[in-house]
Design a protein around this ligand. Structure first.
Ligand SMILES: [Zn+2]
Length: 60
């Protein structure tokens, strides 16, 4: 089996606002921890919580 050396792993963070229930995906940044308070909601005055962190592998 040959493994490609051009695999790129992209990590994403999904933030969800408990107030308006909107969620959005952004690039993972260092220090993101699941179920912690993240940033201000862009839709209302709520505070978003990190709901999901996941990675995608891109193969070129
Ligand atoms: Zn909101």
């Amino acid at each position: 089996m040959i493994f490609s050396k051009k695999e790129i792993v992209l990590a994403y963070t999904v933030e969800k606002c408990p107030k308006c229930e909107k969620s959005h995906k952004r690039d993972f940044s260092e220090g993101d921890v699941l179920f912690t308070i993240s940033s201000k909601c862009t839709f209302c005055d709520g505070i978003t919580i990190i709901e999901k962190i996941f990675g995608e592998i891109l193969q070129k």
